[in-house]
Design a binder for this molecule. Sequence first.
Ligand SMILES: C=CC1=C(C)c2cc3[nH]c(cc4nc(cc5[nH]c(cc1n2)c(C)c5CCC(=O)O)C(CCC(=O)O)=C4C)c(C)c3C=C
Ligand SMILES: [Fe+2]
Ligand SMILES: [Fe+2]
Length: 362
Amino acid sequence: MRYINTPNFDHKQSDKIGILLTNLGTPDAPTPKALKRYLKQFLSDPRVVEIPRVLWWLILNGIILRIRPRRSAKAYATVFTEQGSPLLFHTQAQTDAIRTQLQQDGVENLVVDFAMRYGNPSFDSVLDNMFKQGVRKLLVLPLYPQYCASTSGSSFDELAKNFIQRRWLPDLRFISHYPDYAPFITAAADKIRQYWQQHGQADKLILSYHGIPKRYLLNGDPYHCECYKTSRLIAEQLGLNKDQYMTTFQSRFGREEWLKPYTDETLKSLPAQGVKSVQIFCPGFAADCLETIEEIGEENKEYFLHAGGERYDYISALNAEPQHINALCQLIKDNLQHWQTNNSTERAQLASLLQREKQETT
Ligand SMILES: C=CC1=C(C)c2cc3[nH]c(cc4nc(cc5[nH]c(cc1n2)c(C)c5CCC(=O)O)C(CCC(=O)O)=C4C)c(C)c3C=C
Ligand SMILES: [Fe+2]
Ligand SMILES: [Fe+2]
């Protein structure tokens, strides 16, 4: 059979709207074996590592997958909890909260779920389940505020890979980015302001984003510009001038030049410039994960204090906090407007069809 068919086509079934939240994904366990499986899938994605395939296959299988799984497993062991990987449980909590809020807001006929680009739950398993429940309109929201081909672009690839196997495709809306979406910016600024109210304000606010190779920017990826835009808008809401905040890029991988300034080098150099206290927030991470908890919360703290810094605070990600959930629900509802009107018209037509059939048989 060439295509996945849709069994039991039913004229009287009303269409459902699917909301699919996606994130990067995480290993199933903090073990070298699970890390090898996860890193192999992640780093084999040509959207992530843009190097000629044969050369990269040799480097990945010959060097990286022999060394990195063990090293990364140790780092992951420090962030895994009884609930599992933070990225997974925060994404699950976000999904549950969004489902509840959309239902409370009266959005009907919804199926809300999440999938991970690498690891589990996979796009294929979640999409299969959604289509089996009658989803005919699909809204996909990758939880990356700033567009990057390596993340948002790759999520689209995975979606398309599933779609090319299917006979009946749904209506599709893909939110490729939301770097300047006002409710998101306000949620981030309020989170920082609340932190200041409880703990006071540091000399500098560092807004740190996951890095990418500089080459991707030079080849036209808008990610760098979108990160600066998010930072500028957050700083404006907080009333910060240019000396009071900074945008930096973290999580460098490999030897190539990545987006600068690097978060770690910045933190090592700030104390000598008279900046003795910093607060760090990561506006590109919708959920806390290895890269925020361990790299920003622990590793970079060491660098800063070791270089003469006196106070270092990591302000956690927005996770499933109410203001973040409100912002994401607002974004979803803005994008659902046409479908919702359509959907209620369809349901009204269906109800009158069923009513007519009932009258004819009695
Ligand atoms: C070439 C390598 C990488 C690119 C490009 C890259 C881009 C990128 N990544 C995120 C978000 C996350 N990355 C995470 C982990 C992670 N990232 C890379 C490499 C690249 N990322 C690796 C090898 C790893 C695994 C950890 C390790 O071994 O160091 C995570 C955390 C996942 C978790 O399980 O907690 C996130 C989130 C973005 C947003 C991005 C480009 C914009
Ligand atoms: Fe990454
Ligand atoms: Fe890292």
